[in-house]
Design a protein around this ligand. Structure first.
Ligand code: CMP
Length: 139
């Protein structure tokens, strides 16, 4: 079925001017960018977004990183978009990511790993609603 997923191009990607290269990989995989904006996340937005990781030892570092520079938030649409985008991203740890994936090609480390993608359709709906209003998504 056609789904939507939420994507973030993280500060390590914007810093190295990689947003176009990453968008090319997304579009080549058949995913459509139906909403996109470049923002600087507030600490509160990042803490809310990553609330499920609050107890993890890397939470503070993760939030600091996500507010360290601009990010590009996106809604991607396509057949089986959630899993498809996870395939395009590759494993969280770039040293374990498959050849040709965004993280294999571009990620610097497990923390500075260039992209985020939702892990399930239910999560995607929550994440999309945190950053976009309905009229900003144009399918
Ligand atoms: P993301 O998909 O955005 O969701 C949670 C993030 O936590 C993950 O990508 C990683 O960037 C980050 N993360 C996971 N494990 C670690 C770790 N060991 N150290 C730092 N960051 C991590």
């Amino acid at each position: 079925a056609v789904q939507r997923t939420f994507s973030i191009l993280k500060p390590d990607a914007t810093e190295r001017n990689l947003t176009g290269a990453i968008n090319a990989l997304i579009e080549k995989a058949g995913l459509r960018i139906v909403a996109q904006k470049r923002i600087r996340m507030t600490r509160e937005q990042a803490e809310t977004f990553y609330a499920v990781h609050k107890e993890r030892p890397f939470f503070g570092e993760l939030v600091d990183f996500m507010i360290s520079g601009p990010v590009v938030v996106q809604v991607l649409e396509g057949e089986n978009a959630v899993l498809k985008y996870r395939d395009v991203m590759g494993a969280t740890d770039p040293s374990k990511a498959a050849d040709g994936t965004i993280r294999k090609l571009h990620a610097k480390s497990i923390g500075e790993n260039s992209v985020h993608g939702s892990d399930a359709p239910e999560t995607a709906a929550i994440e999309i609603a945190q950053f976009f209003s309905g009229n900003e998504i144009v399918g």
